[in-house]
Design a protein around this ligand. Structure first.
Ligand SMILES: NC(=O)c1ccc[n+]([C@@H]2O[C@H](COP(=O)([O-])OP(=O)(O)OC[C@H]3O[C@@H](n4cnc5c(N)ncnc54)[C@H](OP(=O)(O)O)[C@@H]3O)[C@@H](O)[C@H]2O)c1
Length: 277
């Protein structure tokens, strides 16, 4: 399959490039394909004629989006609209990667795909509006919501290991619960979905759940580092964007369709920590 990947220099895009060798992958960044530029997107698609697109490009700076709502909207909504419209014209299927931040996190159990969304941040709002663009424009779509993603790039695991080099005590939030997810597992799912006709909305996170504090403790245990991790509350750690308190996702639609191959978050983390440089 000839597949255009947007945001290929991001952490998910890099893993897609690694696992996609059975396909003709066309890796793009904002220099080659600026998704906010409708004419650029149209002419690029006319030239390449993709059969599928994995749309990873996004405004992912959750706190930055609070003071740059137009920038986040331009990338996450208008950019996604441009990609979906170009897919329609090219007859291409599209994977749109979305987020647990579409939910408010007030529910204590895991969210399934068709539950009421209620984003609490600019990032969450724009990612959900992006989902809606895809649903309205293109039938042959896979909307894949994931969470707490880590791979080759800046992420919580790397931040914790870097901070631990300077400080032997770290304060980490213990009242936000979710599921750390490896780009490796998410990429498996994306390619499996793409080779099926099971279009629709999916949750795709690793199995299990933890708080950021528990995540940090597991990282240091697996990395064999002695660090004093102190649990703190969200109220003690003010950030510009509101985070969902309990944003665990249930991979219900994966189980109903192609199966759920995601590993436990601890197992996926072990694999990552063993390979981290
Ligand atoms: N990270 C998480 O914890 C998380 C959680 C849930 C969902 N997600 C979603 O997963 C997807 C992948 O996330 P990620 O962590 O891999 O993101 P990332 O590392 O921040 O990469 C995002 C990419 O978007 C590209 N981009 C920015 N502006 C662009 C433009 N105008 N045109 C084209 N590309 C542009 C950037 O490429 P350039 O460098 O070329 O500008 C960058 O490589 C995103 O849709 C995100 O919303 C992420």
């Amino acid at each position: 399959m000839r597949i255009v990947v947007t945001g290929a220099s991001g952490q998910l895009g890099k893993e897609i490039a690694k696992q996609g060798s059975n396909h003709e992958l066309i890796l793009t960044n904002s220099d080659i394909l600026d998704i906010t530029d409708e004419r650029n997107v149209k002419s690029y698609f006319n030239e390449i004629k993709p059969q599928a697109v994995i749309h990873c490009a996004a405004y992912t700076n959750v706190d930055g989006a609070e003071s740059d709502a137009d920038g986040a909207f331009r990338l996450n909504v208008v950019g996604t609209q441009n990609i979906a419209a170009a897919c329609l014209e090219a007859g291409a299927r599209m994977v749109y990667v979305s987020t647990d931040y579409v939910f408010d996190g007030e529910k204590q159990e895991a969210y399934r795909e068709f539950e009421q969304v209620n984003p609490q941040s600019v990032y969450g709002h724009t990612k959900f509006q992006g989902e809606q663009m895809v649903r309205q424009i293109l039938g042959r779509h896979y909307i894949v919501r994931t969470a707490w993603l880590y791979g080759d790039g800046n992420n919580f695991v790397r931040t914790m290991l870097t901070l631990a080099k300077k400080d032997d005590t770290l304060r980490v939030v213990d009242d936000q619960v979710g599921t750390p997810t490896s780009t490796v597992d998410l990429t498996w799912v994306i390619f499996k979905l793409l080779s099926s006709d099971a279009y629709g909305t999916y949750h795709a996170t690793c199995q299990g759940q933890c708080s950021w504090y528990e995540f940090a403790c597991e990282i240091f245990q697996q990395a064999g580092k002695k660090v004093n991790v102190v649990p703190v509350t969200t109220a003690e750690f003010i950030r510009p964007a509101k985070r969902p308190a309990h944003s665990v996702l249930d991979n219900y639609m994966l189980r109903m369709t192609i199966g759920d191959p995601m590993r436990t978050w601890q197992e996926a983390l072990r694999d990552y920590v063993a390979r981290i440089d």
